[in-house]
Design a protein around this ligand. Sequence first.
Ligand code: MN
Length: 295
Amino acid sequence: MTHPEVNPAGDLGPLPEGEALPVSTDEKQLDELHKTVLVAEDNVVNQRLVTLLLEQLGLRAHVVENGLQAVEAVFMHDYPIVLMDCHMPEMDGFTATKMIREREAHLGRHIPIIAVTASAMVGDRERCIAAGMDDYISKPIDRESLKNKLTLWMDREFTLVLEDMAVHATPAFYERDPLNLRELEMFYGTKQLAGVLHLFLEAGRKQIEELDSGIAEQKQEPVQRIAHELKGASASLGAKEMSLLCLQLEQLAGLREWNQAMKTFDSVTHCFATIDHFVTVHFQQPASSSNRKSQ
Ligand code: MN
């Protein structure tokens, strides 16, 4: 409990587990705290992406990975706002929000909570509002929408704090490549993107291994869960084919269609290898020598 547990982008170290930020009247620290958004999100790639987006808006992220940690953190620090993923292990965003609202009722306060919903999840938005969330935003998060929601709920104007990236409202994704690296690069910045992709590939390799043994042993729960995670991370990076294949795999595991799941898993593996190769080649070349069109 020595330093503010703010997760800087690019730090691949362990996530803070809801330790207390030191209570201090130091104005600089208070200012930092008021710029620190609590982000509850279980997917490591999404954690990094939302951290980068917040940094582009001059804010910081304190990332926790489940609802229980979010509840603890909310009552330990004075965050101006919470971005809450709906589906997380241990405790989901709906339950966490209900707990926060119940405890707040005794304290007479109300922290704005914005739900982060996967747009495909029908009924999530209604559940968010019913649980006591104030607003919602769709995944993958678009920077303009995030900026608008933060402006609305934090009662502050946000301008982009851009350094080495071009001003793009949202990355445009194309079907042709497994990932549109050019667009992602302009949106997040080269160095930042390299960090996110490293994380995606590293986590992905492990997830593919786990899927392999899970399918071989016909274990429904881990296969569904891991396919779901990989799907979410892929979707956030605009890797559409990968995301769709993972969705298929998730559904097949749900139906216990193991023969079909094995075939789909082969496609997942192939698609992942393509992305891996594509990313490796891209970052080996200097940007100027890349001959891919950016139309
Ligand atoms: Mn989640």
